[in-house]
Design a protein around this ligand. Structure first.
Ligand code: TXA
Ligand code: MG
Length: 326
């Protein structure tokens, strides 16, 4: 059900959930200070209660309402990247709802870069908790139609067009002492963050792949962002074409997503994306939604190369896949 800005604002103020546009993906929003409203998010998404939510604000001065300390490194990142696709996880003030932070001692905050949602936050005098507006573990939505397809036509949706970034924000956790760690890669790259505030904590330990250095990331399941159709990943077009022939011989129907030039499997539906990380991120969920709707037996997807600029796209694809890449 599409709603306009005023209707969205009224529903949110009354403690209802509304799907809202952001530049990354659509979020399922509720008043971040109303526990009953927050519980509706978890119920609608069928999301476990220990998966914390991101709180969306519209002005950097609001950070102080939520956090105990706002270290200089966090201020620098906020000033550089907000409004934008960066979420900061910071030590929470005692009064911050345990529902919104999934019982964590920290709270996740971001200022989204979408004019409609910024207007909603400002005019409604609201702070909105919003996870992606999809059922738990399923594909994230980048259009109003995706939200309705996944959560049902009864969900109120503020239609702000197709999302421009297309995959979820980069998440950075910052301790009171200013040290930081990357919790989820996104289109604001780790390198871009390093260029503003320097190297992350335990960079050396990470290089030695010590488990002790791995950050705790509640809600980052290995199987996530998945279409309903089984999805197999391939390192290149050669492996993908070979995989397709085997499946064709076994009378299985397939559809494929390829990146850049090169041979495509003849006889199957193929969507080819240009070899550009920003364009692939923007289209990724839309293409996967489209391929999923074909109701074939299996989706065959080419992984982009293991290079820093493809880190976020590879992260989402690796989570969408049901088996290790071939
Ligand atoms: O781009 C985005 O970030 C979108 C839009 C709607 O803003 N939101 C989004 O929310 O992707 P969601 O719930 O699908 O993912 C949020 C993730 C959680 O799964 C969890 O890993 C992390 O954020 N998170 C939230 N609060 C946290 C906390 N206090 N500590 C650590 N991780 C946290
Ligand atoms: Mg999500």
């Amino acid at each position: 059900m599409r709603v306009n800005l005023t209707e969205a604002m009224q529903l949110l103020q009354q403690g209802e959930v509304v799907a809202i546009p952001t530049e990354t993906v659509y979020g399922l929003a509720a008043d971040a200070t109303n526990d009953a409203a927050l519980k509706k998010i978890f119920a609608t998404k069928q999301r476990p209660a220990d998966h914390p939510l991101i709180v969306h604000i519209h002005d950097i001065s609001q950070v102080e309402d939520w956090v105990k300390v706002f270290p200089a490194t966090a201020i620098q990142l906020a000033q550089t990247f907000w409004p934008g696709a960066l979420t900061l996880v910071l030590p929470a003030k005692e009064h911050v709802s345990l529902v919104v932070r999934g019982n964590e001692p920290t709270i996740a905050l971001r200022i989204p870069d979408h004019p409609m949602t910024l207007a909603l936050l400002k005019l409604g005098k609201l702070s909105l908790a919003a996870p992606s507006a999809n059922l738990f573990t399923q594909l994230s939505p980048t259009t109003a139609a995706h939200v309705e397809g996944g959560l049902g036509q009864h969900i109120p949706v503020l239609d702000g067009g197709a999302c421009q970034v297309g995959i979820e924000s980069t998440i950075v956790s910052i301790k009171a002492n200013g040290q930081w760690q990357l919790l989820r890669p996104g289109m604001i790259s780790e390198q871009a963050i390093i260029s503003v505030i320097g190297e992350p904590e335990n960079a050396d330990l990470n290089a030695q792949s010590s488990n002790a250095a791995l950050p705790k990331v509640p809600g980052q399941h290995l199987l996530h962002y998945s279409p309903r159709t089984p999805l197999s990943l391939f390192h290149d077009k050669y492996a993908l074409n070979k995989g397709y022939l085997l499946r064709e011989a076994a009378h299985k129907t397939c559809a494929a997503m390829l990146i850049g030039e090169g041979p495509a499997p003849a006889g199957s539906t193929v969507i080819r994306l240009p070899a550009d990380p920003d364009l692939v991120a923007e289209q990724l969920y839309s293409v996967l939604h489209q391929l999923d709707n074909l109701q074939v037996n299996e989706l065959l997807v080419e992984l982009p190369p293991d290079l820093p600029e493809w880190m976020a796209v590879r992260d989402r694809l690796n989570r969408a896949g049901y088996q290790l890449p071939i």
